[in-house]
Write a protein that binds this ligand. Sequence first.
Ligand code: FAD
Length: 377
Amino acid sequence: MRYDFIFSGMGLSSLMILHKMIQSDLCSGKDILIIEAEKEKHNDRTWCFWEKGEGRWDSLLKKRWEQAYFVADDIKVNCLKDGYEYKMLESKSFYDLVLNEISQNDRIQVVHEKMVSFSEKEDFVWIVTEENHYEANYFFNSVLNKSEFIENIRYPLLQQHFAGWFVRSESAVFDDNKAVFMDFSVGQKGNTRFMYVLPVSAREALVEYTLFSPDLIAQGEYEIEIEGYLKSQGIAEFTIVAKEKGNIPMTAYPFWNKNSKRTLYIGTAGGWTKASTGYTFKNSDKLSDRVIGRVKVGKIDFRDFKKAERFTFYDSLFVKVLFGENSIGKNLFTGMFSKVSPEKILRFLDEESSIVEEIEIIWACPKWPFIKALFKK
Ligand SMILES: Cc1cc2nc3c(=O)[nH]c(=O)nc-3n(C[C@H](O)[C@H](O)[C@H](O)COP(=O)(O)OP(=O)(O)OC[C@H]3O[C@@H](n4cnc5c(N)ncnc54)[C@H](O)[C@@H]3O)c2cc1C
């Protein structure tokens, strides 16, 4: 049997595309297969993103903030100006929404198998799992092949690695009107290290210790830092309700060069993760709209789906700078947030800024590391 569409991986990007295909009635009469290695979907990540006003995912939100602070030494800036809000949703609520939609369509099948390879033929894609093989007219691949970009000299790999505790306190210790986007008051230890705090109520918060660095640290170290940070905020009595950890690749590697007529790399595997921030949710939202546009038109060819543009260049430079001199992150971000109005920075990170705004932002960063990285290019 040949499927119309096959998805490898049933995570954010695949489910986002499937949700929109179902909503746009693009699945009726189509046979669709999802190949997912894991047996069950857990509440395995908390997704946050900024957005102005009402948005498409509002009904799933666990919390939204009108204030989110950048903190370092003597500066504290609310990053949410000009109508921006910071929004948070738990992955489980998103998975449940889409899995429920999928269960109502008997031509969408899910198999729990590990994909091992695929190859594009003249008029179909051949996909091999550990147990079976399948054929598809079009194939969406979200399985990340790390060996492609680890130790790539041209595109250095920074990692956004973090561990977080969901903590609950008996007393009201958090101000749940205020999230902390980046708190650089923690020791840098030669890296770019900061704390991220998302209070969902006066008694509960997600507190994450995050690094942008080439190498990981021991699991115990993240936890010592979280405990120390909570103490420094006067929070000594709390219970750890749950834990989260992650490692998001920050690389300007052009994943999209492998897109072909019938195969589209999606999610992190398709370069949908912004290299300079690790944020993927909003990009997945934008780029899945582009996928739907192509599927609607009917004549699908994914070869030109995504290309390098000026923001790819900025991301690549940023990663190179922090990879080469990992300790300057705090100065770099402090320079930006103390000299440029935050809504411009958010627009820049959303790749919606003007060239004039981009020059202003680049000008606010330490110049010498960027000049060196530029010449290294
Ligand atoms: C803890 C955590 C928190 C994050 N927080 C944010 C955030 O706040 N904001 C944001 O924008 N981004 C965030 N991210 C980054 C990004 O949004 C997520 O990593 C996102 O899930 C990436 O989507 P994806 O579709 O590429 O991959 P995934 O959602 O990881 O989906 C890939 C799927 O493929 C399956 N799979 C893997 N190998 C195989 C195989 N060989 N065969 C079959 N199936 C396979 C996996 O089991 C998985 O289900 C976070 C990431 C993590 C880990």
